[in-house]
Write a protein that binds this ligand. Structure first.
Ligand code: FES
Ligand code: MG
Length: 571
């Protein structure tokens, strides 16, 4: 559009004192006058940080994006936003997802930006950026950082999912501590995010299946030169998207969300996908609830044979044809007409995709596992719902009744789990409370809590475990997560005690206890609310406003968007 008035003209197109101020200080970067002459300003929203190892290569990636922007006649401006590193941040990176999303939203809106490229990688960096950008709704494209190369140890392939396995092997006396040190150096051997279908890869698949990235974005390894090519092409494309006034809300339709949910089931994606997609839907104004995930996932078999549900790694998925090959296999199940970032429909993007390795990407007719990637449970132990990942669980525990062994909080769990006194057997159900959004705070990834040492030593490798927390997308086991309302919100889950019977019935989507209504009411009268975890600062804001897991754990006042208009000037 030739006569299009760009948003950035409100800054750089001005005369007088305001225009002077907006341009003069930018010129200290050596920018000639003509750059301010109606060129689309493309913000490159960068989560680069040396404290987020998965995103540590992003400055290089941003250079490739810039090349594309320049090539298309745009003016690239790179800016940092809060970066959430999964492995280092305490008490959990999830506590800060909403804070980072606020940073992203306000940084985009407050600045002279016409279109945005979101550089996302490690788990929470994708949802926080997409959430924030959705509340502004400018033309936006996502470039993921890409997965690490597959780890290699003593001739075998390893990735993040092995962390949990090795840790249990050391506790069971089957592996020496010293070997772990060697593994440490062999697992994360290149730039990029976790190499399995953990949360980061699930998020990269989410943005591609929603249509927010160019085709192929999800699986290209970070170290592969084609990742840079994709970044450059994305830079080129965002300039066109600005000219077309092609906004996030044009892509993020109900049908696009339905596609993303089906794809996540087919790839055995992370349970964290549920929370993040609900939060994104809330920002862009799409109605989505927990039951939609079960309804849309139920008929979708697992076709991607990737850890933690299967055997392979993201690098293998790339060589097998990447996400486009998965989408093509799901063709009959997807909303084919959903428009994507490149302006084409999702089906046009995958129609020529080829699967090069049927062992990695199976077919709908002969899936790799008939167990679905996600089931939503309800019952008197989770009035507002809970989730489980059947594809990464044990089939023999899908219908199970056992006595609860309750841990009131993470400290209680750590203090008692490996003691001889703990009364527990393989049929017990481990319950961990107060690891929810308000309770911990921030809903950490502790839901796949370790099995008691004495049971590990006797050969038990899985048990039913229930919590109001989350699990790493790389984790596995018969683990019920996201119990809502969480214990700290005083629902039924808070009332469960050691010795109560719990029944998990995944085929019928139920999670119940045998505590009678009268007894529940009695316990509720005795219940003492936990003390607030913080009196000030962001954590106070968070715990006062965070919504429960079944609503995406976003803060109540962040629902929806405020658009891109700013009415007042700064001087
Ligand atoms: Fe960053 Fe796994 S720790 S993606
Ligand atoms: Mg994680």
């Amino acid at each position: 559009m030739k006569d299009q008035v760009l948003r950035s003209r409100e800054w750089f197109g001005r005369k007088g004192k305001d225009g002077f101020i907006y341009r003069a200080w930018m010129k200290n970067q050596g920018i000639p006058d003509y750059e301010f002459n109606n060129k689309p300003i493309i913000g490159i929203c960068n989560t680069w940080s040396e404290l987020t190892p998965c995103n540590a290569h992003f400055r290089e990636l941003a250079e490739s994006v810039k090349r594309g922007v320049l090539e298309a006649g745009g003016f690239p401006v790179e800016f940092p936003v809060m970066s959430l590193g999964e492995t280092l941040m305490k008490p959990t990176a999830m506590l800060y997802r909403n804070l980072a999303s606020m940073d992203v939203e306000e940084s985009i809106r407050a600045n002279p930006i016409d279109g945005v490229v979101l550089l996302c990688g490690c788990d929470k960096t994708t949802p926080s950026l997409v959430m924030g950008a959705s509340s502004v709704n400018l033309p936006t494209i996502v470039v993921s950082g890409g997965p690490m190369l597959t780890g290699n140890h003593r001739g075998g392939h390893i990735g993040t999912s092995d962390v949990w396995r090795y840790h249990d092997e050391v506790r069971a006396g089957k592996m020496l501590e010293e070997e772990l040190l060697t593994i440490e150096s062999a697992m994360c051997r290149s730039q990029g995010h976790c190499a399995v279908m953990g949360t980061a890869s699930s998020m990269a698949c989410m943005v591609e299946s929603l249509g927010l990235s160019l085709p192929g974005n999800a699986a290209i390894p970070a170290a592969d030169s084609r990742r840079k090519v994709l970044a450059q092409l994305s830079g080129l494309r965002i300039v066109e998207m600005v000219a077309e006034d092609f906004k996030l809300s044009d892509i993020l339709t109900t049908q696009a969300f339905e596609n993303a949910i089906k794809v996540n089931a087919a790839i055995g994606g992370s349970t964290n996908f549920v929370i993040h997609l609900l939060a994104i839907a809330g920002r862009i104004g799409i109605k989505l609830n927990l039951n939609d995930f079960d309804r849309l996932s139920a008929a979708v078999p697992l076709i991607a044979n990737l850890q933690p549900s299967g055997k392979y790694f993201m690098e293998d998925l790339f060589y097998a044809g990447g996400l486009p090959a998965v989408l093509r296999e799901l063709d009959g199940m997807l909303n084919r007409d959903c428009i994507t970032a490149n302006g084409k429909s999702i089906s046009a993007n995958y129609e020529h995709a080829v699967c090069y390795n049927p062992d990695v990407i199976a077919t709908i007719e002969k899936p790799f596992n008939t167990a679905t990637g996600l089931a939503v449970l309800t019952g008197n132990l989770c009035e507002s719902g809970a989730v489980i990942k059947p594809s990464a669980a044990s089939p023999h525990l899908m219908q199970h009744t056992g006595k609860a062994v309750v841990f009131e909080n993470i400290e209680d769990f750590k203090a008692r789990i490996d003691t001889d006194e703990l009364e527990v057997d393989g049929d017990s159900v481990l319950v961990l409370k107060n690891v929810g959004p308000k309770g911990y705070p921030g809903m950490p990834e502790v839901g796949n809590m370790g099995i008691p040492k004495k049971l590990l030593e006797s050969g038990i490798t899985d048990m039913v475990r229930i919590s109001d927390g989350r699990m790493s997308g790389t984790g596995f086991g018969t683990v019920v997560l996201h119990v809502s309302p969480e214990a700290a919100a005083g629902g039924n889950f808070a009332m469960i005690r050691t010795g109560d019977m719990i029944t998990l019935d995944v085929p019928n989507r139920r999670l119940d206890t045998d505590i009678g209504t009268a007894e529940l009411e009695r316990r509720k009268r005795e219940y003492i609310e936990p003390l607030p975890v913080a009196e000030r600062g962001y954590i106070k804001l968070y715990t006062d406003h965070v919504q429960q897991a079944h609503l995406g754990a976003d803060m109540d006042f962040l629902n929806g968007g405020s658009g891109s208009k700013v009415l007042r000037d700064s001087h």
